[in-house]
Design a protein around this ligand. Sequence first.
Ligand code: IMO
Ligand code: MG
Length: 434
Amino acid sequence: MGNVTVIVGCHWGDEGKGRAAFFESQDAHMIVRSTGGNNAGHTIVYKGKKYALHLIPSGIIHKGKMNVIAPGVVVDPDVLIKEMETLEKDGIKVTKRNFAVSGRAHLIMPYHRDLDRLKEELKGNSKVGTTGKGIGPAYSDKADRIGIRLYDLLLPQKKLQEKIELAIKTHNQLFKANEGFENCVVDSKELAKELKQKAHKLKRFICNTDDLIQNAIRKDEKIVIEGAQAYRLDIDHGDYPMVTSSSPNTSGAISGAGIGPKYVNKTIGVTKAYCSRVGNGPFITEQDNEIGDLIRELGGEYGTTTKRPRRCGWLDCVVLRMAKITMGIDELCLNHLDTIGKIGNELGKIYICYAYKYNGEVIEYFPDDIEITGEIPKPLYISLDTGWDIPKDCKTYEDLPAKAKEFIGLVEEISEIPIKYIGFGADNKYTIVL
Ligand code: IMO
Ligand code: MG
């Protein structure tokens, strides 16, 4: 039996994975990021202080924990360096004792950010609405076996330059051929020089993280894998092509960390009491109207990574039920229970989607042939004629308003997943642990 807890997002990201990561990290030895990159934005409010992390695992805010960026992550060195500096300003020292990054993790290069922009532009109306951080192009180069890894930063400059030269052959042709991108053409010598300068700040953290992780597993020490992105953004199981370029499901997360499934003890799925999505793609319960505007305003649904206003809608429990199986979810962290109560106070009603009407049938799965049938699934809702306010001194489940408990019961019943954490405010102190 292992001692690995995996935290995953159940919908389209921004569910508040940082809260579950924070609580689960308290008794953990190690916290690992293993998928995605700085497309993630994990905000933690602790003791009144806000930490917006994009790459470094959120366990860094606890003292005495090891935080690891595993091989499955794509790392933008500029973002990593800046994040370390910001943490230091906040009084958290990043040292070899609390942070390590895999030498096998791939780098997001400046040309990946340019390619992200160019490819989105070329897609026109079919664009994904990426975070623009270079994630897709970095993973493409990795799959094409021309990626540059953190270990490459430790090579002599000439060797690093040769690797970059190989990688940019086709990219430079693309830049030259597209108006407005000519100045993105890469000078490999210059770039290798710049990277070697940055390498000084990172080299002491670059190592073989397999050794760290495997030793923790052997000693049965608790490891928390802090997932990024979410189920419907998964490249295999999400709304392809409106997805990210990695596998943020539980299997992808443990694969990216280099841990086999038998060591996973628990998977926690994180959801909000409503849904949001940034970027394009299907969103069956979306409220592209004043209700969506209300959810956005009351929930503060603006991106931590891109500041984009998020699309908002009602909680989709069909997706939640599917996430349970695809991601092997044991328990839920339900965030924004206060927000959905306020929405109810304003509207006199709140909704939970339990099934869809599709091709004249009631279905309990997310259809993947929408493009073939030309049908748009219609959400079927259960409604509650109520709202509520949660007192800020609320400590236990018993203290919650009766209607909020009814909402929780419905979510558990439809999703078939028990709830472990309830969030009712941004600060982690507004959490009920069941
Ligand atoms: P966290 O970890 C919300 C979305 C983007 C876009 C699609 C592809 O904070 O939940 P990418 O830049 O990855 O190529 O963009 O995926 N996306 C996220 N949305 N939260 C995230 O991470 C996301 N990471 C990627 O908005 O639709
Ligand atoms: Mg996000």
